[in-house]
Design a protein around this ligand. Structure first.
Ligand code: PGA
Length: 243
């Protein structure tokens, strides 16, 4: 595990975007595993800046995202499809047909999950997977539970996740209570993983995830097993990390 402690959010974003850029340059048809949330916003901004400077070409890049809310259409500004389109895909020369996100409008959870697994199986290992971490240690929407579910599943969101994310839904309907999320096998199968976090709200859980027991009660703790994990943190998030 490599931990990079940056001074602030901007520097953390430059660091993570730098690693992703190297991947895009060295492998123009790379499969990127992407994340949503407040953490990657600045990372995507930096990738777009580099694209606009002519440094990056996304024309052959493929992507798979971690998760999507159940019952939210791609046109809903709170959907993760909308987030990805507006923070990255619409701003670079990626072919949208090569971008994949679970189908939040599929009402049969079994079908939604198997369809996404088929896409993940077809696309193969991600060359690099970007992850944030929830305050309860979730990665994707894999909430604390009794087991590490390997493949895509329909999860009931934890109370703390609903509390953390419901502010975004004030003007666009109710916060969903369920989501489709990529499972641990597909996350851990990545050739490289970047875990990015900022702010003091993540300091305690990061230390537990990186140095505590590996347990599905702290989902991100499974990342300790990955042979090529880089953790990009700002000073506040890194404050309690003894790793
Ligand atoms: P955040 O979410 O980037 O908005 O803090 C991270 C997560 O919940 O995985």
């Amino acid at each position: 595990m490599k931990i990079i402690k940056c001074h602030n959010y901007q520097e953390m974003c430059l660091c993570a975007a730098g690693i992703i850029s190297e991947e895009i340059i060295s492998c123009p048809s790379a499969l990127l595993g992407l994340a949503t949330g407040s953490t990657p916003v600045g990372i995507y901004k930096e990738l777009v800046r580099r694209f606009n400077k002519g440094e990056l070409d996304f024309s052959r890049i493929r992507t798979v995202n971690l998760d999507e809310y159940v019952g939210i259409s791609p046109e809903n500004p709170q959907s993760y499809r909308f987030f990805m389109d507006n923070n990255l895909f619409n701003l670079v020369n990626i072919d949208k047909a090569n971008t994949h996100i679970p189908d939040g409008m599929e009402t049969d959870p079994h079908k939604a999950c198997r369809d996404y697994d088929e896409i993940l199986d077809r696309e193969g290992k991600t060359d690099i997977q970007l992850l944030g971490i929830g305050r309860n240690g979730h990665i994707g929407f894999n909430e604390p539970s009794d087991s590490f579910y390997p493949r895509t599943s329909c999860v009931k969101l934890a109370k703390s996740t609903i509390e953390a994310n419901s502010r975004f839904f004030e003007n666009s309907g109710h916060m969903p209570e369920q989501a489709y999320t990529m499972g641990f096998y597909d996350i851990i199968n990545a050739k490289k993983i970047i875990l990015a976090a900022y702010g003091k709200g993540k300091a305690e859980i990061l230390n537990r995830a990186l140095t505590g027991p590996i347990t599905p009660q702290v989902p991100a703790s499974i990342l300790q097993l990955h042979p090529n994990l880089t953790v990009c943190l700002d000073e506040q998030a890194a404050a309690l990390t003894t790793a």
